[in-house]
Design a protein around this ligand. Structure first.
Ligand code: BES
Ligand code: MN
Ligand code: ZN
Length: 497
């Protein structure tokens, strides 16, 4: 797909289809008015006659006889009073849906002057260009690697975005949106790849590939022997039941000053979670291939950095293993000594995410991090608590938590904070070791984070539980690419100018 910004007047820009916004009430955006007068008042006529809907995200495709456009796509943008960025995104999703398999080859999208409510950063043309770029990329995603018959190629091949200016700031904002969309799509490719292919060594190869494609990314991969030397017995216990060896994957992007402390991302990379000896029920178990969704989001964010080169230092660490039952698998009752020296009684082998993460979280101390953010499809309880809308956020630092919440709001990729009070910690008491790896039936997301918090005392840390947000179940089954937008927004807000 060819994307570009266009600041010529609409009538001077030829395209097979022009896209404009139509609000239910109130003033029209300037580009809708411009198109209306170029078309001799057609849009007003159609609206009066009820032939186009202005309801939020309604789409009406109207054939035109006139040049410079063969079609007009009218997108409803709803009521004036309530037009947050999330509604604008809804309209963009509907627009892409209507364009992607349609007859138009070239499209001119005149939506960057659509009014959006919110603070200055949400209302600005730059924010809208960024959201348009991201939404186009992410809504045009397909995954057909494993279909023997590929769908026919799309006609749509060139997208022009009307903008008031095509200077550096506008280009950068739009390109960041496109890069974020591509980052999400990379995350989705990884999450959708079947678990007989996507195993820890394959994930490590993706990191090596990224390092060879982008000279700003360096990678280092630790095998089981090297992890054993470091005392990562908890991580290694998870992979023991699998014939696929475990890996610790480290990627570094150093775009900032040498003395700037790095932001560290830690991803859960369980390439398949059967539960181990504490075997999961069979129904829907295929979806546990996305138990590497945290690491996939880390990969997506690193790709965005590699493509946009912000002035920031970021280190990514992925703890990857496959959780399988086997004669050599860890048992309920086993006690392991973590890299930190603390001992853990494994009461349930299905609570394996925290077992791999705790050693990775100990390992990252060596980077002297500005902050550590871990991402994990950690608990089914998070889906019960927050559904599929919000990522669960728990943190040992209010400032960091608020920054991530704000980044999620700005990026339309929301998170919601849950408490991490000391009162919950005793749920992890064990009769035989320093702690158990499960906390019983109540507050499952919180006790999982409490477990992790025992390994993150020496730095600012936040945990994102993405069990509900990284994946779509049902008809649209597949990886969502979340929370790449949140991560990118957070990292960019820390990048130097
Ligand atoms: N990977 C799962 C969590 C999960 C469940 C993610 C459903 C996405 C959808 C995790 O390893 C797990 O099995 N957690 C257990 C923890 C329990 C044993 C304390 C869970 O949530 O049931
Ligand atoms: Mn599990
Ligand atoms: Zn898991």
């Amino acid at each position: 797909m060819n994307f570009s910004l266009n600041s010529k007047t609409l009538v001077n820009t030829k395209a097979d289809c022009l896209v404009v916004a139509l609000p239910e009430k109130g003033d029209w955006p300037a580009s809708t008015t411009e198109a209306d007068s170029a078309l001799g008042g057609l849009i007003s006529k159609l609206q009066k006659a009820g032939d186009v809907s202005a309801k939020i995200a309604a789409t009406s495709l109207i054939p035109l006889n006139d040049q410079p456009w063969s079609r007009l796509l009218v997108i409803g943008t709803g009521k004036d009073e309530d037009r947050p960025p999330s509604s604008f995104r809804k309209a963009l999703v509907a627009m892409t849906g209507s364009l992607k398999d349609g007859p138009s080859k070239t499209v001119l999208i005149a939506l960057s002057d659509t009014p959006v409510t919110g603070d200055d950063s949400a209302r600005s043309e730059l924010a809208k260009l960024s959201l348009i770029g991201r939404t186009l990329e992410d809504q045009l995603y397909t995954f057909n690697d494993f279909k023997s018959e590929k769908p026919p190629a799309r006609k749509l091949s060139k997208i022009l975005i009307a903008a008031s200016d095509t200077g550096k700031a506008h280009k950068e904002a739009f390109n960041l949106g496109l890069a974020t969309g591509r980052g999400m799509n990379f995350t989705r490719d990884l999450g959708n790849t079947p678990p007989n292919i996507c195993h820890p060594v394959w994930l490590a190869e993706q990191a090596s590939k990224m390092a060879s494609d982008h000279d700003c990314i360096k990678t280092d991969i630790l095998d089981e022997k090297q992890m054993q030397k470091l005392g990562m017995n908890s991580l290694l216990a998870v992979g023991r039941g699998s014939s696929q060896p475990s890996r610790l994957i480290i990627m570094e992007y150093r775009g900032g000053n040498a003395k700037d402390k790095p932001h560290v991302l830690v991803g859960k990379g369980i390439t398949f979670d059967t539960g181990g000896i504490s075997l999961k029920p069979g129904a829907g178990m295929d979806e546990m291939k996305y138990d590497m969704g945290g690491s996939a989001a880390v990969f997506g964010a690193m790709q965005v950095l590699a493509e946009t080169r912000p002035k920031i230092n970021v280190v990514a660490v992925i703890a990857s293993a496959e959780n399988m039952p086997d004669g050599d698998a860890a048992r309920p009752g086993d006690i392991v000594t973590t890299m930190s020296g603390q001992t853990v009684e494994i009461l349930n082998t299905d609570a394996e995410g925290r077992l791999v993460l705790c050693d990775a979280l100990t390992y990252v101390k060596k980077f002297d991090p500005a902050a550590v953010i871990d991402l994990a499809t950690l608990t089914g309880a998070c889906i019960v608590a927050l559904g599929h809308e919000a990522t669960g956020l728990l943190a040992n630092n209010d400032e960091l938590a608020n920054e991530l919440l704000a980044a999620g709001d700005r990026a339309n990729d929301k998170a919601w904070r849950l408490p991490l009070w000391d009162e919950y910690q005793n749920l992890l008491d064990s009769n035989f070791a320093d702690m158990a790896n499960i906390g019983g039936r109540s507050a499952g997301t919180i006790t999982a984070a409490c477990f992790l918090s025992r390994f993150t005392k020496e730095y600012r840390w936040a945990h994102l539980d993405i069990a509900g947000t990284a994946w779509h179940s049902g008809k649209a089954k597949g990886s969502s690419g979340r929370p790449v937008p949140l991560l990118v927004d957070y990292l960019m807000s820390h990048a130097g100018k």
